[in-house]
Design a protein around this ligand. Structure first.
Ligand code: SF4
Ligand code: SF4
Ligand code: FES
Length: 625
């Protein structure tokens, strides 16, 4: 079944604003309702039936839409275009064992039309849609789009959510069955008219913004409970008719089966460099057929994952509040069997929610294979992961955690070991103490906390066999660790491990090295690393090769903005370093590349002006403009 998203609202929207996503979701919901009613009715008739909705679907829909004659594949990529709705649709499926006859696939001339039109490619803000030919991808002949660019744009656009500009701007996004009947007839029956029709649609400004149709306000609810103008204005993109998008200027990546993410609910780092080469290696349907007929197999993409899951599904078996803001969690296998092995210093990546993957050090006993243990400090001013975990991780909940990962291993050959835990940084130290005690090794565990009430692990530690190795330091009881006198007379095999706030770890390392502990024997564990590099902006200069002009780019402006201020227009679409339309050639100068589009090879000769900057403060980059 296909559901019309509605022409009128789309006409007033930009396609990548907030109303567009609401419109898409409304169509999905509409199918959920209709599909639910249809399947219920089929079940009443005595047959099996299931509605596959956006939230609970087991059917890959595009091939089914093609086979059932609901549309043809379009330049947009995996979007099936219907002759009456264009791409402005959402699909849903009901599977049943009720005997049914089905329609045949249709051909209404779209392949020819899309060959003469690349409006969606030109208007796509992320540059995801190819302006080039159809190629073979995973066994299908398709205008393969760069889904990584599209997804990145849809997830990160601040002035809206998701995107549907390709749907909105396509000439087939037609209003009614009758009003545009002549256009539809000509497009379907006169393939040679396709270039003229596509041009006509563009000249008429169809697909542009139409404020007359805008019936909603772009306001948002803020913390005070009031509605205000949105902090980031909603995207209001009009047509970019002057943009001459060329296939040879596009950098596209694809992720065929051999590069596809594993099927587990766990992050999979996309290898864009490999994706770009995979695009370059795509071949035409004709070549594909010839290779297959010659018995070759190298061109066939096969999923190459080895089937090992990086995650384990576990049961939250125990939740214990250690302090007002520290909670200890234990996880067991769903069938109570042994969990994968681990060693002291390891951490787990915990999938708190799909958007919150968090690392927590393991604090249990490494020989205990029945349970994993972590302790989590609730950071109300943090990024939300720990607070959410405190709220939703209750006993009996089934969650995903990674296999244990150890970047902080213990040197078991040490002659003496100092374990230094500051606050919640005690967690890996407890596991290390268990392991060292088991080895009969010489160690001290120093536990530093601001108040006794904050020493969440104190009670546990006092119950362990090695509790006499504990040295407790409580700031407000004046027993703060005297770091200068802890590491007395260290030997060359003395090792120091520190975990806690950055200042604590630096102080420990300084004191240990000051006392003579070799640098290589001082080990620290960071709780988090930034997801994206923290760039610092500096002023720099863009020198234009053709005119010799120099344009200063201040620290608070992008290269494209500074050029626009100087009267030099460079095409811009995403402004985020994704689409690639603002790229230019580098003549000289060192560039700090901050884009997500170019390959390493292209970066040697090109730069993305909306994001990348000079590598050094006050650097000069000469570009081929
Ligand atoms: S970014 Fe927008 S216009 Fe481009 S392919 Fe994705 S949904 Fe379509
Ligand atoms: S905009 Fe043009 S090229 Fe893109 S899907 Fe529509 S008809 Fe095809
Ligand atoms: S405008 Fe898209 S990469 Fe610069």
């Amino acid at each position: 079944m296909i559901v019309d998203q509605g022409y009128e609202t789309m006409e007033g929207a930009s396609g990548d604003d907030w109303i567009s996503v609401a419109q898409s979701m409304r169509a999905y919901l509409r199918f959920s309702l209709l599909g639910g009613i249809i399947s219920k009715q089929i079940r009443r008739l005595g047959y099996k039936a299931k509605a596959h909705t956006v939230l609970d679907g087991e059917v890959l829909q595009p091939p089914l839409l093609l086979l059932s004659g609901l549309g043809e594949v379009s330049r947009i990529g995996e979007v099936i275009l219907n002759p009456f709705l264009g791409p402005r649709l959402k699909s849903g499926v009901v599977t049943t064992d009720l005997p049914l006859a089905h329609d045949r696939p249709i051909d209404f001339g779209l392949q020819k039309f899309c060959e003469s039109c690349n409006k969606c490619a030109r208007e796509c803000p992320s540059g995801a849609i190819t302006a080039g030919p159809k190629l073979m991808f995973n066994g299908y002949e398709i205008w393969k789009s760069d889904s990584q660019k599209c997804a990145t744009y849809r997830i990160t656009t601040e002035g809206g959510a998701m995107c549907g500009r390709c749907m909105k701007t396509c000439p087939w996004n037609l209003e009614g069955l009758f009003a545009e009947k002549p256009f539809r007839w000509a497009a379907m029956n006169m393939p040679s008219a396709a270039p003229a029709l596509a041009k006509l649609d563009d000249v008429a400004g169809r697909g542009g913004l139409n404020p007359v149709k805008k019936w909603w306000w772009d306001i948002e609810l803020d913390e005070s409970g009031g509605y205000h103008a949105a902090k980031v204005p909603a995207n209001a993109r009009d047509l970019q008719r002057d943009l001459d998008l060329k296939y040879e200027d596009q950098t596209l990546a694809v992720y065929p089966a051999n590069l596809a993410p594993h099927p587990w609910p766990y992050p999979f780092p996309m290898d864009r460099e490999a994706g770009i080469s995979a695009y370059e290696n795509l071949i035409s349907a004709k070549d594909h057929r010839a290779k297959s007929e010659a018995g070759e197999t190298a061109h066939v993409h096969k999923y190459s994952g080895d089937g090992t899951s990086p995650v384990v599904r576990v049961n939250v078996s125990k939740v214990e509040n250690l302090t007002a803001d520290i909670t200890k969690y234990e996880f067991t296998a769903l069938d109570e069997s042994d969990l994968p092995e681990w060693s002291a210093g390891a951490h787990l990546d915990v999938v708190v929610a799909p958007e919150f993957l968090r690392q927590y050090s393991m604090s249990g006993h490494p020989i205990d294979r029945k349970r994993y243990q972590i302790a989590v400090l609730r950071e109300d001013e943090g990024r939300g992961g720990s607070a959410l975990m405190h709220r939703i991780f209750s006993e009996g909940r089934k969650v995903f955690v990674s296999q244990p990962i150890n970047h902080f291993p213990l040197d078991e050959t040490a002659s003496k070991t100092f374990l230094m835990g500051g606050g919640i940084g005690i967690t890996p130290m407890v596991a290390m103490a268990h392991e060292l005690h088991g080895l009969g090794a010489d160690f001290q565990l120093h536990y530093s906390v601001p108040t006794r009430a904050a020493a969440g692990f104190l009670e546990d530690i006092q119950g362990f066999e090695w509790s006499e190795n504990l040295r407790l330091h409580i700031s407000d009881e004046d027993t703060r660790a005297d770091l200068a006198n802890i590491f007395t007379e260290p030997g060359k095999d003395t090792h120091v491990y520190a975990c806690g706030p950055d200042a604590f770890m630096s102080a420990v390392v300084d004191a240990a090295q000051g006392a003579g502990v070799p640098e290589d024997n001082c080990h620290i564990e960071y709780f988090s690393t930034p997801d994206v590099p923290e760039y610092e902006n500096h002023d720099f200069t863009l020198k234009l090769m053709k005119s010799g002009r120099e344009v200063i780019v201040p620290a608070d402006k992008s290269g494209t903005d500074a050029l626009a201020d100087a009267g030099i227009q460079v095409p811009v679409k995403c402004s985020d370093g994704i689409c690639g339309v603002c790229s230019c050639g580098i003549v000289s100068g060192e560039v700090e590349h901050r884009d997500f589009v170019l390959s390493n090879r292209e970066r040697q000769t090109k730069m993305i002006l909306c994001q990348s900057r000079a590598a050094d403060p006050d650097g000069v980059i000469e570009i081929d403009l």
